[in-house]
Design a protein around this ligand. Sequence first.
Ligand code: BTN
Length: 255
Amino acid sequence: ILGLQTKKIGQHVHYEEVVESTQKIAHRLAQEGVQEGTVVVAEEQTSGRGRLDRVWHSPKGTGVWMSIILRPTVPPQNAPQLTLLTAVAVVQAIQEVTGISPQIKWPNDILIEGKKAVGILTEMQADADRIHSVIIGIGINVNQQQQDFSDAIKDIATSLAAETGELINRATLMQTIFLKIESLYEEYLKNGFGLIKVLWETYAISIGKRIIARTLRGSIEGWAKGITEDGVLLVEDDLGVLHHIHSADIELSTR
Ligand code: BTN
């Protein structure tokens, strides 16, 4: 990419027109031992993947669909921290490029005016005690118009262009994301998760609010207190019991 200012992230970019999923290609490249910071970008994905086995709509030419390969020297249980790091980086990049201030919905959705513009999917190749690679998938709705979204998602999805009324240069956005990830990642490897956790909490929509967390084992309603060092969400229910939420969909409660 022209004018790239990073040392690691985005130094090698595999650009593809159409793929099933950039995650799939990134997994293969990671196994082949490519350099850390290698990125797979596609114009279109035919089976983009979301969290919890959902599909991610990835139409041609309007979004940023990419996967970044990292090889952090941290224990496997810390890998979720990289998802939160990525969310912070993407929020900062969107702020810088568009002037919009998005918010993060735990664990890793990025919303504008309550609608989702970005999803992040982190997958890992690891042994019990060592990470081989972490594949960070980032999907950003960039230049879709509101009417481009299918009926199934039009009430919950938005794009940067739909929010700003202007088309956004995807290359500039990607470069800015690479820069933000690189500087936060350096900070993370040097000083740990502390600063990133603080930044994440300042951008998070649900912390300090009353929420409903729908987990596989049922719903928990209460006050979102914050996140732990591992990125686990802490929710205090009305009996004062503190719940550690590892995986759930979050909704703001109106009570
Ligand atoms: C989610 O919110 O559920 C996560 C969505 C992640 C989508 C991105 S697009 C690039 C990468 N390739 C995929 O198949 N998924 C991720």
